[in-house]
Design a protein around this ligand. Structure first.
Ligand code: BES
Ligand code: MN
Ligand code: ZN
Length: 479
């Protein structure tokens, strides 16, 4: 999808469908107000009425609701409604006449994001009938406003496309999106951007580096080899290096502590943190933001086999701490632990990890907020603000010494899971804190927000949650 700013009048907009916003209790301007059918438009949030003024041919009047309640998040939803109207007429080119609002750039970007997200369709494995024309897809969005929205349009385009690329990676099954596949995507991003480089370790490299957690989890996979992927973006700036870590378990069976079979196929999405980090780096590089990044993806399957890690096994993580693995299904924290240590040692001044880490977060926060756990108030506040502006919301949970005590081992430094089912999400965060090398760090548990949120612009399936959050964070740190 390509997005363009313009300042032409409604009658000059040339697209398969032109969207116009209408607030509740406000009147449509002329000449649109007198077009037959236009009187049916109420302005009710999410409503849509299509009319045919002649020039342009087709206009969808999208209800924006109460002006006082209109936000960027509502604009994303309005963007999704406009995409539905475009799809209904099998169109590929969308245009928006931006409503008069206080923050035109913010609203323009949000409309583009919402429309782009709503256009996502994972159709790679649908074979279709021979000779059938390719289904229409959203190819362009033109946004018209008298204000200078050029930069915002670029951001909306980058975020929308990057989010959909992450969703594509999430959707790919584990027999396609292997650790090696993710490494190839990282190398592709490096090839596309001069300021990005990629480095990849294979199983031997992981073992030689001393990444005992990643080595242990990867031991169950017999022919799918793990990768430790490091991407660097050198965008300059004076804010130091931001470390990003993304859990990349390409399939989580639970290992020997195997999961129940119902719904297990969805565990192909256990690499959602890694997908979001990869595509966020690509978007940040595309936007040329003035920030230094180092992104680390520990990528492996979590499989049961004759060679697999067993409950009770003791491992040594990269920083020397020992862990008794009481549950092989708590694998994410083992691989993230090594990745965080590696990220800090490679030069991160502060770190953010994204991970589909616990079922407990789904119980606690559902699909609306991701859990945020942090040892640093400034970083936590930056992420919270980035969540508000991006719509990828985070809610902070506490750290406390009493939680930390739960993670202590009797024969090792740590145990990866406790029989007491207390504060599962915080337990995982407390465990990770042991591997932050004294750096400001924030952990975002996206197990509830990465898939099937049902939010209007994402619908069922993958969300790419984290891409926009990280781009918004990088934009804040860039200023
Ligand atoms: N990948 C799962 C968490 C998950 C759950 C992701 C639901 C997406 C949706 C993680 O590796 C896991 O299995 N966590 C266990 C930890 C437990 C054994 C301590 C969990 O939450 O049940
Ligand atoms: Mn697991
Ligand atoms: Zn997992």
């Amino acid at each position: 999808m390509k997005a363009y700013p313009t300042d032409v009048a409604l009658s000059e907009l040339d697209a398969d469908l032109v969207a116009v916003g209408l607030f509740e209790d406000e009147a449509l301007g002329e000449p649109l107000g007198s077009v037959p059918g236009a009187g049916d438009a109420s302005g009710e949030f999410k409503s849509r009425v299509t009319v045919y003024p002649g020039k342009p041919e087709r206009v969808a009047i999208i209800g924006l609701g109460d002006r006082a309640e209109f936000t960027a998040e509502r604009a994303r939803v309005a963007g999704a409604v406009s995409q539905a109207a475009l799809k209904a007429v099998k169109g590929e080119a969308l245009a928006w006449l931006l409503p008069e609002v206080d923050d035109p750039g913010v609203i323009a970007a949000a409309l583009i994001e919402g429309a782009t997200f709503a256009s996502f369709d994972f159709d790679r494995f649908r074979t279709g009938s021979d000779g059938a024309a390719a289904p229409p897809e959203l190819k362009s969005i033109e946004v018209s406003s008298p204000a200078d929205i050029a930069e915002a349009v670029t951001v909306g385009e980058a975020v929308g496309n990057a989010g959909n690329r992450a969703r594509y990676l999430q959707s790919l099954p584990a027999n396609v999106a292997t650790p090696a596949f993710l490494a190839e995507r990282a190398e592709e991003i490096a090839a596309d951007h001069d300021a990005v480089t990629a480095e990849v370790l294979d199983r031997d490299g992981i073992i030689a580096a001393g990444m005992g957690g990643l080595e242990a989890v990867a031991r169950g996979g017999e022919d799918v080899e793990p990768r430790l992927i490091t991407l660097r973006y050198r965008g300059g700036g004076s804010g130091g290096t931001l470390g990003l870590v993304g859990k990349s378990v390409t399939f989580d069976t639970g290992g020997i502590s195997i999961k129940p079979s119902a719904g297990m196929h969805e565990m192909k999405m256990d690499m959602s943190g890694g997908a979001a980090v990869l595509e966020a780096v690509a978007a940040i590089a595309e936007l040329g933001l003035g920030i230094e990044l180092i992104a680390v993806l520990p990528a492996t399957e979590n499989m049961p086999s004759g060679t697999a890690l067993k409950p009770g096994d003791i491992i040594t993580q990269l920083n020397g701490k020992t862990v008794e693995v009481t549950n092989t299904d708590a694998e994410g924290r083992l691989i993230l632990a090594d990745a965080l240590v590696h990220c800090a040692r490679e030069g991160a001044d502060r770190m953010v990890d994204l991970a589909t880490l616990t079922g407990a977060v789904v119980i606690g926060l559902g699909s609306t907020y991701a859990a945020l756990i942090s040892n640093d108030d400034d970083l936590a506040d930056e992420l919270t603000a980035a969540g508000e502006s991006s719509g990828e919301l985070v809610w902070r949970l506490p750290l406390h010494d009493e939680y930390k005590q739960l993670t202590k081992g009797s024969i090792t430094d740590l145990v990866n899971a406790s029989a007491e089912r207390k504060a599962g999400t915080i337990y995982a965060g407390s465990f990770l804190e042991e591997f932050t090398e004294g750096k400001p760090w924030a952990h975002v548990d996206i197990a509830g927000t990465a898939w099937d949120t049902g939010r209007e612009y994402w619908g069922k399936g993958p969300t790419g949650f984290g891409v926009h959050l990280l781009v918004a964070l990088a934009r804040r740190l860039n200023q």
